[in-house]
Design a protein around this ligand. Structure first.
Ligand code: FEO
Length: 392
């Protein structure tokens, strides 16, 4: 991909990764992704905001052909998908300075071995003049590491946000044209890397409220020509109350737990509760993460294997604990053969979740009528708790 013009003297750089299907060797990417950097030419100085993934170095360095002067590399986030080519760029432009937060400086030294004399650290709210263009740096920790900041270009009213407001989408269109498609991709992204820091995100959103933003240019995915769309979505995801929804990650070995799941889904629907079941043997774990953003209740359904939960159920529970959703209730259902400590093991895996545990429903072997009755009662209890809390 060639360098692309956004506005006069402002360019998109980076790469569109059409083929990538897994991020951080963990997160499914059904739509690929992009790594976005930006080149800003002021009347006196030129700045590059972020770089690219290390394996995209050849393409990225080719985009710098014809750039005769580079005064600043702004590193908004030290993670290597944005910082990975900083050393190559500094080799091409040894006179450039590396601009970042004080916290990022140490991280970039550790991660990339950048020599100390390249750095200029900036305070929250500090400005950098490029001549006829001015960047303001706004510290926004935990989007998505502790050192992150965003940059506001005053004259053009562009917010360069790196991971903040990003989405994993590969597209030949620089700007968002299909907000529905981007909504789901951005929510997946929020769930996977922003949700654990929801409280800090709320503070970061408040910090941006005073800025007149016409374009948001993130580090992944397309640029937002209507920033209100993604800012409103972030307010909903970070500040919204849970919804009348049960997320139900489940796995079964000999159909007993599956019979319980089928009955429980029907009972929840009958009680007017939205339910999102995810068969962990086949599900896209990113879809499960999206559902956790809104869910009021999580119910893990698992058989007992080797005296504990099925490894898929343990994985989903570990992930939910790491993502720290805003769910208020949790329960466990499943079948066992001879005994075990499934409930104790799963309950010990969720120290980060501020949930009330509702009595689990376990049965020995194939469920009998009394188990189905108990599952119906569990669905009723959940419906009542959602109603009491005003979850709709
Ligand atoms: Fe896109 Fe946290 O890196």
């Amino acid at each position: 991909m060639l360098r692309r013009k956004i506005k006069e003297n402002i360019y998109w750089m980076g790469s569109v990764d059409w083929d990538s299907r897994l991020f951080d060797s963990l997160i499914p990417l059904p739509d690929g992704t992009s790594y976005n950097a930006y080149l800003i030419k002021g009347s006196e100085k030129t700045a590059l905001l972020d770089t690219d993934e290390p394996h995209m170095a050849k393409e990225f360095m080719a985009q710098l052909e014809g750039v005769s002067q580079l005064d600043y590399i702004v590193s908004q986030h030290a993670e290597q998908d944005h910082s990975g080519i900083i050393m190559q760029v500094l080799e091409k432009f040894p006179e450039a300075k590396l601009v970042c937060t004080p916290k990022a400086k140490g991280m970039l030294i550790d991660l990339l071995h950048v020599p100390e004399d390249y750095f200029i650290t900036v305070k929250d709210g500090e400005k950098l003049s490029l001549g006829d263009k001015t960047l303001t740096f706004i510290h926004t920790p935990w989007v998505h590491w502790p050192e992150t900041m965003v940059s506001y270009l005053e004259e053009d009213k562009i917010l360069f946000s790196c991971d903040f407001f990003g989405s994993h989408i590969a597209s030949s269109e620089l700007f968002v044209t299909d907000e529905g498609r981007v909504y789901e991709a951005a929510k997946r992204y929020f769930a996977e890397i922003m949700m654990p820091f929801r409280k800090v995100i709320q503070k970061n959103l408040a910090k941006l409220a005073d800025y007149d933003i016409e374009i948001i240019a993130p580090g992944h995915g397309q640029l937002f020509p209507r920033p209100k769309f993604i800012i409103d979505a972030y307010h909903e995801w970070a500040l919204g109350t849970p919804k009348n929804t049960v997320v139900l990650p489940h796995v079964s070995m000999h159909e007993s737990t599956q019979q319980m799941v089928d009955h429980f889904v029907t009972a929840l629907v009958d009680k007017g509760v939205r339910v999102e079941p995810f068969n962990l043997a086949v599900t896209d774990i990113g879809k499960l993460a999206i559902s956790l953003v809104d869910a009021a209740t999580i119910v893990v359904a698992t058989p007992t294997v080797l005296a504990g939960p099925h490894p898929y159920a343990a994985y989903a529970t570990f992930l939910a604990n790491a993502l720290r959703p805003n769910a208020k209730f949790l329960s466990i259902i499943g079948s066992y053969g001879w005994g075990g400590k499934t409930v104790e093991t799963l309950a010990g895996m969720i120290p980060n979740l501020k949930v009330e545990i509702i009595d689990p429903v376990l049965c020995k072997g194939v469920p009998r009528e009394d188990t189905f009755t108990t599952l119906t009662n569990l669905a009723g209890t959940i419906a009542e708790k959602h109603k009491e809390n005003g979850f709709v």
